[in-house]
Design a protein around this ligand. Structure first.
Ligand SMILES: NC(=O)C1=CN([C@@H]2O[C@H](COP(=O)(O)OP(=O)(O)OC[C@H]3O[C@@H](n4cnc5c(N)ncnc54)[C@H](O)[C@@H]3O)[C@@H](O)[C@H]2O)C=CC1
Ligand SMILES: O=C(O)[C@H]1O[C@H](OP(=O)(O)OP(=O)(O)OC[C@H]2O[C@@H](n3ccc(=O)[nH]c3=O)[C@H](O)[C@@H]2O)[C@H](O)[C@@H](O)[C@@H]1O
Length: 603
């Protein structure tokens, strides 16, 4: 591998250990916000500042309602951004012996002053968006590097000599070379090390993924300076991640591994979805097939949930990124192999939409159809590339009386804005209503389509997980949320232990406080235009809760009452289960016809 920067300055660079005191994360989105929050939470002595050019986003990060919802994020931000008060915590569940928790100063900040914070940082994490290009050369598969390149330019101008520049965004393989060239062009002779440190968190479980990652991947130059830079970044993670989970590779392997990880996950979903089409024709049941193959440790039991396809901002773009790489490297067979993963995904979604329309006698005129679930997966408010969006578009072509939408995590105000953005001017004439609860959304509906796998929509407890393969990975290190984590492992409990105790206590029915350890400082308030505050005010009248409050999010989700829903549906009552959450035998008892992905039965 070529050395990334060979400008002669390297010999003097990084003498001695690198002390990390300030980190700047550029991009306050789904990755930058939670990642920086967890780094700050676990490293109280490091000042972490998240910068973004989007003033509204930064304002919201500095308020009661951050711009994104992730379970558990609120509690982390409350400690890192707001600091905490001195508190006493019993060492054992019913012991008088207490440990005193010292006051914590805030060390997580959000700002729009990008140049200043880049200029002060020892490590700059670049976590801006890298979507698919939609025009020009490579449109439809190449990565749009506009935001990433713009940030690289600012870094080149303002970063201090010796700062470590980290690719956190998912980028095409060999991007580090472009970063190096830009830095060299603007600051010839000034040494910077560039690391690749891709993020593997998933929406809806971001905080847990960050607190208990399977691995941290750091790609660096194979030079002494490169290794030293990698060690400096590793030491930040080592505050809470066991060393054996921190993997180091060369930069190109790290960049490519991120694309491969997402592509292989997407490939599994497309594989099982292709089988679900076969199941519907043959009488096999896709869940039974998935269970039967998943116990084989060589195959594994994860990511075998058939449905209407993967959504989200990353799988499609990252597979296409790999496709483009293969194409530009003159490997058309490789490109075509991976492109098929995306094609199969679109096929899964469109096949299901067509099945809905076919069951409704090929016409939706005069009918109300309800979509339950708008987010691309459960427990997130992220709706990017959600299959529900394209399905709504297809259904509207059939001129239904109404398309109703309800999502337990997404703010209705935001859903309306997104549908409007998707449909453009035609949104004004479309009969789309977004509801704050499932009952109003489903009232007088001929058909309900379950588009997201929220537990709230299940009519039965979730089935037992497919047995883990015998040679399964070592037992998860995540604490059992139902068990008191005390006694602590050491005299001074770690932030992870305190967080586990906080979660355990807020779930206890007798605990009414959202701050059972009595550590939280007062939170900053929101500005008048905060959509969550507006929704909360409105919901006091409608009885709808956004679930944003601390404490409540850890409690078991209340399921919708399918008896009540079915009684108020229009005949013939149809439920189309696009996510495998409905036990059709129970539904049939309510006089409801069910069609599910990957199953043949029709009642
Ligand atoms: N969303 C996810 O779950 C994951 C995303 N990734 C990768 O992380 C990267 C970021 O993704 P998200 O956080 O989802 O994106 P996002 O769109 O939520 O956030 C990106 C942020 O960057 C800001 N930004 C763009 N250009 C800027 C500039 N020139 N200066 C300052 N700020 C700028 C935007 O205003 C935005 O707030 C992408 O490369 C993505 O592929 C990786 C793992 C998981
Ligand atoms: O780079 C990224 O952005 C992230 O992409 C995915 O995370 P995410 O897209 O947030 O969520 P997933 O849990 O992977 O689900 C993606 C989609 O696949 C669908 N899915 C998932 C699993 C399954 O068995 N079947 C299935 O249809 C989900 O409903 C969802 O629409 C990866 O899981 C993360 O490791 C990665 O960091």
């Amino acid at each position: 591998m070529s050395t990334i920067i060979s400008n002669g300055a390297e010999a003097n660079a990084f003498k001695g250990d690198i002390k990390v005191e300030k980190i700047c994360c550029v991009g306050a989105g789904y990755v930058g916000g939670p990642t920086a929050a967890v780094i700050a939470f676990q490293n109280p002595h490091i000042q972490v500042t998240v910068v973004d050019r989007d003033e509204t986003r930064i304002r919201r990060w500095n308020s009661l309602h951050p711009p994104i919802y992730e379970p558990g994020l609120h509690d982390i931000i409350r400690i890192a951004r707001d600091g905490s008060r001195e508190a006493a915590v019993a060492k054992e569940p019913s012991s008088e012996d207490a440990v005193t928790l010292a006051t914590r100063q805030p060390n997580l900040f959000f700002s729009t002053d990008i140049a200043k914070h880049i200029g002060e940082a020892d490590i700059v994490l670049v976590a801006v968006n890298t979507p698919t290009k939609y025009r020009g050369v490579g449109a439809g598969s190449a990565t749009d590097m506009t935001a990433f390149e713009a940030v690289t330019g600012v870094v080149a101008q303002y970063a201090r000599e010796g700062a470590i520049i980290v690719e956190k965004s998912t980028v095409p393989c060999r991007t580090a070379q472009l970063v190096a060239d830009t830095l060299n062009m603007h600051r010839p002779g000034v040494h910077f090390e560039i690391l690749s440190n891709p993020e593997f968190l998933a929406a809806g479980t971001a905080v847990a993924d960050l607190l208990y990652p399977d691995r941290i991947l750091i790609g660096s130059n194979p030079t002494p300076a490169g290794k030293k830079a990698a060690e400096a970044l590793a030491s930040v993670y080592a505050a809470w991640v066991p060393r054996e989970r921190i993997l180091t590779t060369n930069v190109w392997s790290s960049e490519l591994a991120k694309l491969v990880a997402n592509s292989m996950l997407a490939q599994r979903i497309s594989s099982i979805n292709s089988i679900s089409a076969l199941c519907e024709q043959t009488g096999a049941d896709v869940d039974e097939v998935a269970r039967a193959v998943g116990v084989d440790p060589r195959i594994g039991n994860k990511f075998l949930m058939a449905g209407i396809g993967f959504g989200g901002s990353c799988f499609k773009k990252d597979v296409l990124n790999l496709v483009y790489l293969a194409e530009t490297m003159g490997l058309p067979e490789v490109a075509e192999y991976w492109r098929q993963v995306v094609k199969m995904n679109e096929y899964a979604r469109d096949r299901f939409s067509n099945r809905v329309i076919k069951c409704l006698n090929n016409t939706l005129v005069g009918k109300k159809v309800t979509i339950l679930g708008f987010a691309f997966k459960k427990n997130t408010s992220d709706t990017r590339e959600a299959p529900a969006l394209e399905m709504i578009k297809t259904l509207l072509e059939e001129r239904p009386r109404e398309v109703a939408v309800f999502d337990p995590c997404c703010n209705p105000i935001v859903i309306k804005q997104e549908i409007k953005a998707l449909l453009g001017p035609s949104a004004d004439g479309a009969n789309i209503s977004v509801y704050g609860n499932a009952y109003d959304a489903c009232e007088k509906s001929t058909a309900i389509i379950i588009a997201t796998e929220f537990d709230e929509f299940r009519n039965q407890p979730p089935p037992p997980p497919t047995p883990a393969p015998v040679e399964a990975a070592p037992k998860s290190r995540k604490p059992d949320p139902k068990a008191d984590p005390r006694p602590f492992k050491t005299d001074v409990p770690s932030e992870n232990e305190l967080l586990a105790l906080h979660k355990y206590l807020v779930q206890r029915p007798e605990v009414k406080s959202a701050d059972p350890l009595d550590r939280f400082n007062v939170e900053p308030s929101c500005e008048d235009d905060c959509p969550d505050c507006i929704q909360e005010r409105e919901s006091e009248e409608t009885g709808f809760a956004t679930g944003m409050g601390s404490g409540g999010e850890y409690k078991a989700k209340e399921r919708v009452d399918w008896v009540r829903i079915s009684e108020n549906m229009a005949k013939p009552r149809w439920v189309f289960d696009g996510r495998g959450v409905i036990d059709s035998r129970e539904m049939v008892k309510l006089g409801v016809r069910v069609e599910s992905v990957g199953r043949q039965h029709r009642f």
